[in-house]
Design a protein around this ligand. Structure first.
Ligand SMILES: [Zn+2]
Length: 243
């Protein structure tokens, strides 16, 4: 092989590499095609309530930053469901309901381990109200959860006893909704449990990462993403949704 021929081979290979790079970018552009919510999609806005916002009794760091993102993407949805944590005044999930216990400790209850929280989202209080700046007039359902005094419910579908249904799965089924986009607070608790139970209900599930914020107790956000991914939940950004 002459020097010139060898050079051509090298250039040839470089050309293939270049073509692959271009094609690779093209296929990435395909992957980045926007997801368009349809009439069978619903946006689920989890627990964007005053208690979970900065200044609230169970504030999620930067929790208020999800609000403009959620308001923006909500415009792409015909169907929107909001959830509201809605506890009795001495709810079993409150540290104050257990003598000598402090918030963020874990105890064992009849249905399993329970993280104990500061008092939050008590029925009818200002703290339980959905954030004033959430602006989604077309929202069609607000589903309340955690209203049974002795059972918590992070999930918008099934309470922490893993038996008691909230009715949301049936509602979505009757409305012929097969895909949900989950947003809100907090990533590692109510968002994750809602998303995983949505998968169990047979739905296609996206979690919109930048429309959520986590509490993150001992790596709980990373663990929640592991669990969600294992359950078949897809992680997207708000920019992936067609405006
Ligand atoms: Zn709660």
């Amino acid at each position: 092989m002459t020097y010139l021929q060898r050079r051509e081979v090298v250039f040839g290979l470089a050309g293939i590499a270049l073509a692959q790079a271009i094609l690779g970018r093209a296929s990435m552009a395909f992957a980045a095609d926007k997801i368009k919510p349809s009439a069978s999609s619903a946006l689920i806005v989890v627990d964007v309530q005053n208690c979970f916002l900065p200044g609230g009794s169970l504030a999620v760091k930067d929790g208020d930053q999800v609000i403009p993102v959620i308001n923006r993407i909500a415009k792409s949805f015909e169907n929107v469901v909001m959830t509201q944590d809605w506890h009795t005044p001495h709810h079993i999930s409150f540290a104050s309901s257990h003598e000598g216990k402090k918030p963020f400790e874990t105890i064992k209850l009849a249905y399993g381990n329970q993280v104990l929280w500061p008092d939050h989202c008590v029925q009818g209080t200002e703290g339980a109200q959905i954030a004033r700046d959430i602006n989604i007039p077309q929202a069609e359902l607000i589903i309340r959860k955690g209203f049974h005094n002795d059972v918590d419910s992070y999930s918008a579908f099934v309470e922490a006893d893993k038996e008691t249904q909230t009715g949301l799965a049936s509602y979505l089924k009757e409305r012929k909704i097969d895909t949900v986009f989950v947003t809100g607070l907090a990533t590692d608790f109510c968002v994750a449990w809602t998303a995983i139970d949505a998968r169990h209900a047979g739905l296609n599930v996206y979690v919109v990462d930048d429309a959520c914020r986590g509490i993150d107790i001992n790596g709980s956000v990373a663990k929640a993403w592991e669990d969600m991914t294992a359950a078949g939940v897809k992680k997207i950004q708000s920019s992936d949704i067609a405006g």
